[in-house]
Design a protein. Structure first.
Length: 107
């Protein structure tokens, strides 16, 4: 992956989720000004910064670099569920995980 591809992929992930860069800043704990400079000036993030971005987007660093290949086998319903999950706050994600685990024990 080329340097500009990293920035473009961050932009694509935000667009897929309907996230603004402000929302990304809130989810990652990275100052908005830092993210904005990185994205608009094509400054490549350090690995620790990229890890924060991945954590904020709830993806792993390997998934970030794997791109679209990871989800190719998912159904439309599974993609829809993941999109909904990605749009939730961290607290709501935890609640949904607990609920889903509870449902799995019932079935």
């Amino acid at each position: 992956m080329r340097d500009t591809d990293v920035i473009n992929h961050i932009k694509e992930l935000c667009a897929e989720r309907g996230w603004t860069y402000y929302r990304l800043a809130k989810a990652t704990g990275i100052p908005y000004s830092t993210l904005s400079n990185m994205i608009h000036r094509h400054n490549i993030p350090t690995i620790p910064t990229l890890q924060k971005i991945c954590d904020g987007m709830d993806i792993s660093l390997p998934d970030f670099f794997a791109g679209d290949h990871q989800g190719a086998h998912l159904t439309k319903a599974q993609h829809e569920f993941l999109d909904i999950f990605a749009s939730l706050s961290q607290r709501d994600k935890q609640l949904l995980k607990a609920y889903a685990k509870g449902l799995a024990k019932i079935v």
